[in-house]
Design a protein around this ligand. Structure first.
Ligand SMILES: Cc1cc2nc3c(=O)[nH]c(=O)nc-3n(C[C@H](O)[C@H](O)[C@H](O)COP(=O)(O)OP(=O)(O)OC[C@H]3O[C@@H](n4cnc5c(N)ncnc54)[C@H](O)[C@@H]3O)c2cc1C
Length: 510
């Protein structure tokens, strides 16, 4: 049976970043990607690659990959602003307000070409890829021995496993279940935690393409659902990605005032499908001047199939990984995609990078601390924003845009939340206060939805003996040391072991 230092499941940005980092640090690494055929990859199998693929300036530094490193064809348009449009108010941001080494506002990419670039970068570093077969299961025999079973019947062994299977995280959920005394899907089921995203590639009339060139546009408060909104992102050749995201399972009966939403109609008997929302958005914005169905044609050789694509998007907060079992969860699978604006290529790459490097150096126990240090500020900002807009009505969006406009005139982007802006009037103070309060609630990593302390591990004597843990002999293992701090830790250890036995029984009875 093949043996690797690191097995990475999923070949999107997080998985390929992990493969690159693991191989660059001297490990034997394999990336396994189930593969989907895509029109924009000439029908070839590869990662799913569904994305609006907009990157903001400071995300470049989070990714650690500058656009200059990318081959031709990856960058489709550079950006100079973001426009947020409410039912009656709007807001334009020309700066994110965060220091960055990239001197534009951002850029839009060809996500399939970006993934292919990440793959070739990982392969050049020495990682191998297996495309076209999914991983069915991971059996953890010890923290340094995992058996990975593939759908084609083959198996391989790895010392460390990195789960990078994206926001649907079906495999991740199954793996985490074996370390929990409750079903992880009770907390992180797709219906509870995820949104569905739909987008179309459409060619725009010249005047509209010129108007949106350099701008990513979002319509908030136009359709119901927490963090549900349509967008237009400019690409090359007068083509734009026009898409939307909405919570899975939302229905018209859940909406208290449907008539407040510009994209709902009094005749609706159910919530519109994604394609209908897009048609209504284009009619609303351009219907007076254009015949939308003829003047905004779908570009059928782009995207996943026939110019359209559908994929889950994880609008949730992150989880800690069961690193004591030698497993790290990265990117969309760990919920690193922003709970607010649902961008996540940057955090996927950063978390993949950290996990790959630590796995190669035999130090995966540091993973949860490292990602919190490196992307914690970004997660905190977005978790706080997602929290304060949770119950926003269309009117609230208008209010927020009008308020933010007055704050942004002095500062830029996230800078508007500086305490000095408290002088900008009552509405500004309320917005600022809500943001500070939400950040305070999630301080010290409390944005995490599942903590490492909730996992229960059975510990083979040869790997970690009760005695060595008890005495704190594993000095170089911060997680073990952390779990031995304080007078209650012996009790906790007994409890963890009791749970581990229950867990082991559950595992054996499968
Ligand atoms: C419509 C849409 C628009 C978005 N817009 C933006 C944006 O503008 N900017 C931004 O930064 N982010 C955006 N995002 C979010 C971004 O796409 C994700 O944050 C990012 O893709 C996460 O990367 P990942 O590698 O973790 O997961 P993914 O990209 O989802 O990759 C996971 C991979 O795992 C594979 N896989 C799954 N299960 C298995 C298995 N059992 N075995 C083998 N392989 C498996 C899948 O085929 C997939 O290729 C958008 C997402 C969507 C859906």
């Amino acid at each position: 049976m093949e043996q690797f230092d690191v097995a990475i499941i999923g070949g999107g940005p997080a998985g390929s970043a992990a493969g690159h980092a693991a191989a660059s640090n001297g490990a034997s690494a394999i990336v396994i990607e189930k593969g989907v055929p895509r029109d924009d990859r000439n029908g070839q199998m590869g990662p799913d690659s569904t994305d609006a693929a907009g990157i903001l300036d400071y995300w470049v530094d989070i990714m650690g990959i500058h656009p200059d490193e990318m081959p031709e064809g990856v960058i489709l348009d550079t950006l100079d602003r973001a426009e947020f449009i409410g039912p009656t108010e709007s807001l334009t941001m020309e700066s994110t307000g965060i220091n960055s080494s990239y001197d534009q506002f951002g850029f839009c990419m060809h996500r399939a070409k970006f993934d292919d670039f990440l793959r070739s970068r990982a392969e050049s570093a020495g990682a191998s890829y297996r495309i076209g077969t999914s991983v069915r299961s991971v059996d953890t025999e010890s923290p340094t021995a995992h058996q990975v079973r593939l759908a084609d019947g083959s198996e391989l062994h790895a010392k460390t496993v990195i789960l990078a299977d994206g926001p649907q995280r079906q495999l991740t959920n199954r793996v985490l279940d074996t370390f929990l005394s409750f079903e992880v899907t009770d907390r992180l089921s797709t219906r509870k935690a995820n949104h569905i995203a739909y987008q179309e590639h459409r060619r725009l009339p010249d005047a509209v393409a010129a108007e949106i060139d350099g701008a990513i546009k979002f319509w908030w408060g136009h359709m119901p659902g927490h963090t549900a909104y349509p967008w237009i992102f400019p690409n090359d050749d007068n083509i734009a990605r026009i898409g939307l995201t909405m919570p899975i399972g939302l229905s018209l009966e859940d909406i208290s005032s449907p008539s407040d939403y510009p994209l709902l109609s009094a005749d609706d008997t159910q919530l519109p499908r994604g394609s209908e929302y897009i048609r209504r958005l284009l009619e609303q914005e351009y219907g007076d001047e254009y015949d939308v169905s003829n003047d905004f044609p779908v570009v059928t050789d782009r995207g996943k199939k026939d110019g359209t694509e559908t994929y889950a998007i994880s609008s949730t907060r992150p989880i800690e990984s069961p690193t004591q079992a030698g497993i790290a969860v990265v990117g969309g699978a760990m919920g690193a995609t922003s709970a607010f604006h649902e961008g996540g290529d940057h955090t996927a790459i950063r978390t993949g990078n950290i996990a790959g490097e630590l796995a190669a150096n035999g130090n995966i126990a540091n993973y949860n601390n490292r990602w919190k240090n490196e992307i914690g500020d970004e997660v905190l900002r977005n978790a706080a924003m997602a929290d304060i807009v949770r119950s926003y009505s269309p009117d609230d969006w208008d209010h927020a845009f009008a308020t933010a406009r007055s704050l942004i005139s002095d500062t830029g982007g996230w800078e508007m939340f500086k305490l000095s802006n408290i002088r900008a009037g009552m509405n500004a103070t309320k917005l600022l206060g809500a943001y500070k309060m939400a950040k305070f609630r999630f301080r010290n990593g409390q944005y995490v939805q599942l903590t490492e302390s909730e996992y229960a591990f059975w510990t083979p004597p040869a790997e970690l003996t009760l005695l060595s843990r008890w005495r704190g002999f594993i000095d170089d293992d911060p997680v073990s040391m952390m779990s031995l701090d304080g007078p209650w830790q012996p009790m906790r250890w007994v409890l963890i072991n009791a749970l581990s036995h229950l867990q082991l029984r559950k595992h054996l009875m499968k």
